[in-house]
Design a binder for this molecule. Structure first.
Ligand code: DX5
Ligand code: ZN
Length: 235
């Protein structure tokens, strides 16, 4: 399956709008597919970040898809704000609500991709039924304890990706947190096809090269790139 990179703005000085726009433009040119918004409420996770106003701001400065990761307790209370902000993917945490299915259905009914995130401490089998219910487009496997950029990948999370891939072969699996140019290969091999990156990507001296490494160079990927090039020539 084609691999995509989702660029998380969390490690940037995102309140400085000039810095933010510049970084987003760079990452778009370098080949990212999504901008990843880490929304933190100070309850589900210790830190606070930003809310839907950030999505509303950024969408006017990019053509990339908007990937919203709600690290928020009771996401049902805020999900409408992100639907109105025209997010392309909205992810809620399995651990953050008593009724994940109802929220996922609400998201899907608006023709928005519905994501379900799972914390490192939550075993994969707990989400098996929901993943196979048809209500989940993307499973977000956390590679770190949610709450901050620049943390070290927790061992065992690649195996968790493989376990979830084994439950379901068509769902997207997004790996989020602690991804590096080194560990990404095994993550892709285990079945991850959306790669989130903040520190590795935005601190890179050569974003284009880093995105290439994160996406990998498997057969399908090479074919897709060649196809796009041929199409450009014909057009
Ligand atoms: C962690 C966030 C991640 C984080 C990734 O709580 O959900 O999206 O920003 O950052 P890096 O790639 O620096 O680990
Ligand atoms: Zn995230």
């Amino acid at each position: 399956m084609f691999k995509r990179v989702s660029a998380s703005i969390l490690c940037l000085d995102y309140n400085n709008k000039e810095v933010l726009i510049d970084a987003i433009n760079k990452v778009e040119k370098a080949g990212a597919s999504f901008i990843h918004f880490d929304v933190m409420d100070g309850k589900f996770v210790k830190n606070k970040s930003f809310d839907h106003n950030m999505v509303n701001f950024v969408k006017h400065h990019t053509n990339l898809l908007l990937d919203v990761h709600l690290m928020v307790q009771e996401p049902e209370k805020v999900v409408d704000d992100y639907i109105s902000a025209e997010a392309d993917l909205i992810t809620i945490h399995y651990e953050a609500t008593d009724n994940p299915k109802a929220i996922l259905k609400k998201i899907k009914d608006k023709n928005i991709l519905a994501g379900l995130a799972i914390n490192p401490k939550t075993p994969a089998y707990k989400i098996r039924d929901i993943v196979n219910s048809g209500l989940v487009d993307v499973v977000v496997v956390m590679g770190v304890k949610p709450g901050a950029s620049g943390q070290t990948f927790i061992p065992g999370m690649a195996e968790k990706v493989a376990e979830i891939r084994n439950y379901n072969h068509s769902v997207y699996i997004e790996i989020d947190g602690g991804v590096t140019e080194k560990n990404v290969k095994i993550l892709r091999k285990m079945g991850a096809n959306i790669i989130v990156s903040s520190a590795t990507l935005f601190h890179s001296k050569n974003m284009k090269k880093t995105i290439k490494v994160l996406k990998g160079n498997d057969y399908v990927q090479r074919l897709a790139t060649r196809f796009a090039k041929n199409k450009e020539q014909v057009d």
